[in-house]
Design a protein around this ligand. Structure first.
Ligand SMILES: Nc1ncnc2c1ncn2[C@@H]1O[C@H](COP(=O)(O)OP(=O)(O)OP(=O)(O)O)[C@@H](O)[C@H]1O
Ligand SMILES: [Mg+2]
Length: 253
């Protein structure tokens, strides 16, 4: 299988006066085309650090990151902007839609940045809007939509450029549990359509919806494997029986 994301001994170290914070402390993993991976861990474990490096929004202090075979560490700002635009689709907790643009214009935006002609932009945006089931909302403003609908628009925006990787950072964090479940089901559908998805979450009950879990603690990988085994949801600070119970009930830890 094709290796899309390769982390080789990635470190991100912040020097805070006399102390250093190791936000990423020798992280290595490979994510293959078509995988659905959750990066999970408690607050401060290094999830956003990894997300920002994968998303070419930040660079590691040490180590190598390859995206679809290309060494991201050697790229200049223009090349970074280009891979962000062409290879990565971002979904954020707070949707990050532009309030003054209509739904369809928001979805077209990544294609505008990529220099795609208007007629193709509109056609492609309509296709993905249809895919998320919101065709009738094309001319609405984001503020006229519910939270779940806004997140679906942001998913459409992430999909519009046909990215190699979809990066979702706490995509259900602002939604109620039912709407959050719908968004997760949609991500699972995108995965079954062949998309590669990296989901960042602090919530075990969400992480288990992916097929593979990479668990971080203090900037290190403490578990990397299938999501459907008890070890995948082990949190060393909470008794395992309680954790299993919480996960079965759909509650977060
Ligand atoms: N710019 C920075 N300067 C100093 N320390 C930082 C900086 N950014 C992150 N850190 C530290 O690095 C560690 C990892 O942070 P990170 O944001 O990756 O955690 P996280 O897992 O995303 O947490 P959360 O669930 O709260 O979002 C934390 O200890 C954090 O305080
Ligand atoms: Mg974070």
């Amino acid at each position: 299988m094709k290796e899309l994301i390769v982390f080789e001994h990635i470190y991100k170290i912040y020097q805070m006066g006399d102390t250093e914070v190791r936000a990423a402390d020798d992280i290595s993993f490979k994510i293959h085309k078509g995988e659905f991976v959750a990066i999970v861990g408690q607050s401060g474990s290094g999830k956003s650090t990894c997300m920002n490096i994968i998303g070419a929004l930040d660079v590691p202090t040490e180590g190598s990151y390859y995206l679809d075979g290309a060494d991201v560490g050697t790229m200049d700002d223009n090349q970074l902007a280009e891979i962000r635009n062409k290879m990565l689709g971002f979904i954020f907790q707070q949707y990050n839609l532009i309030p003054k643009l209509t739904v369809i214009e928001n979805i077209e935006l990544p294609l505008l940045y990529a220099g795609v002609p208007k007629s193709i932009r509109r056609k492609r945006a309509k296709e993905v809007l249809n895919k998320v089931g919101l065709s009738e909302k094309a001319k609405n403003l984001p503020s006229q939509l519910s939270g779940g609908q806004q997140q679906r628009v942001s998913i459409a925006r992430a999909l519009v450029g046909d990215p190699s990787v979809i990066l979702a950072d706490e995509p259900t964090g602002a939604l109620d549990s039912r709407t959050g479940r719908e968004v997760l089901e949609f991500l699972q559908k995108l995965h079954s359509d062949g998309n590669t998805i990296v989901l960042i979450t602090h919530d075990n009950s969400i992480a288990v919806k992916a097929e593979r879990i990479i668990r971080l603690q203090d900037g290190k990988v403490v578990y990397d494997g299938p999501s459907n085994v008890p070890e995948a949801v082990v949190n060393p600070d909470i008794p395992i029986e309680l954790q299993k119970k919480n996960t079965e009930e759909g509650g977060g830890i």
